[in-house]
Every structure is written in structure tokens, then in C-alpha cells.
Design a protein around this ligand. Structure first.
Ligand code: ZN
Length: 156
């Protein structure tokens, strides 16, 4: 078996720092999760990588992202636990819908370092910013969602 590094490098876009998201470049499932074919079977890439690195996922446990990016497979952004813990991690998000709208709007005038600046400002990774721009995460955030978004919608 090739080492995990050899297998993964062509499949992901690594960030500039080790803390950045590893953006999956291959197939993305309708759920937003990174998908991989492994021994002729479609598997979730984050689960596949977890098992490769840490061994079998215990029965009843799930592997989930702790960085708001479903298609990130940076092992440092993954955790294994109960579905309830995964739900709590996804609720415990750093972004409000209004933030997502602002991030989307910033795309129009984005320069080379915009994603990194926005990531710093909102306390997320640049990968999450790029996923919002690509529409693969936070799809449901609407302009009139939440107090700040509503105020903005009225002002326009
Ligand atoms: Zn991540």
C-alpha cells in the first residue's frame, strides 16, 4: 500500500499553513462530502482517510468535520465520535448567515489574498471561504436571514 502522503497529495489542494483545510479536488457527493472510489466502492473520503490513519471506525461512530467544511479532509480537522457530537460540532459554528452573505459579496472584488484576509476576520479557514464562494457550503444562507442580513436588505 502506498503511504497516505503519496495517495492523498494529488487529490487535495493543501493550504499555505498546515492548519488550513485540505480541499478535496476529486468528486464531491450531493451531501457536500468528498467522495472516493476505494476497491470499487464509493466511500466518503474523510472516513477513508480516517481509517487509513487511525484504524477502523468503531460501530455506531461517525467521522465528522470540525472546521465547517464538509469536503475538507485535513486529519486535524476531523474527529470521530457519536452522531450527537457531530451535530453539536456543526451547530457550534463561527459564522452567522449574515457573515456568509458578506463573504459572498466580497467575492466580486476578491484579490489574491482576499480569502486569507476573510478567514482571519471571521476565524475560519481560507478553505471555508472558498467553499462559500463555490457554493458547496452554507447554500441556504439568504440575504434576509438574521438581523444583520435583514438590515442590509432594507438598506439596498
Ligand atoms: Zn478543514
Amino acid at each position: 500500500m502506498p503511504s497516505p502522503g503519496q495517495t492523498i497529495k494529488p487529490l487535495v489542494r493543501l493550504g499555505r499553513s498546515p492548519d488550513d483545510c485540505w480541499t478535496w479536488l476529486s468528486h464531491i457527493a450531493a451531501t457536500g462530502h468528498a467522495k472516493k472510489t476505494w476497491h470499487g466502492r464509493d466511500v466518503h473520503a474523510h472516513r477513508w482517510l480516517w481509517e487509513l490513519l487511525f484504524g477502523p471506525i468503531p460501530a455506531g461512530a461517525v467521522v465528522y468535520s470540525t472546521c465547517d467544511s464538509k469536503s475538507c479532509i485535513n486529519p486535524h480537522h476531523l474527529a470521530c465520535g457519536l452522531q450527537a457530537e457531530a451535530n453539536r460540532a456543526s451547530i457550534n459554528t463561527k459564522l452567522l448567515p449574515a457573515d456568509v452573505i458578506d463573504i459572498r459579496n466580497a467575492k466580486a472584488t476578491a484579490g489574491q489574498h482576499t480569502a486569507a484576509h476573510l478567514a482571519d476576520r471571521y476565524g475560519v479557514t481560507a478553505g471555508v471561504i472558498r467553499e462559500i464562494w463555490a457554493g458547496t457550503t452554507w447554500k441556504r444562507a439568504r440575504r434576509n436571514y438574521g438581523p444583520r442580513g435583514a438590515a442590509k436588505a432594507r438598506a439596498q
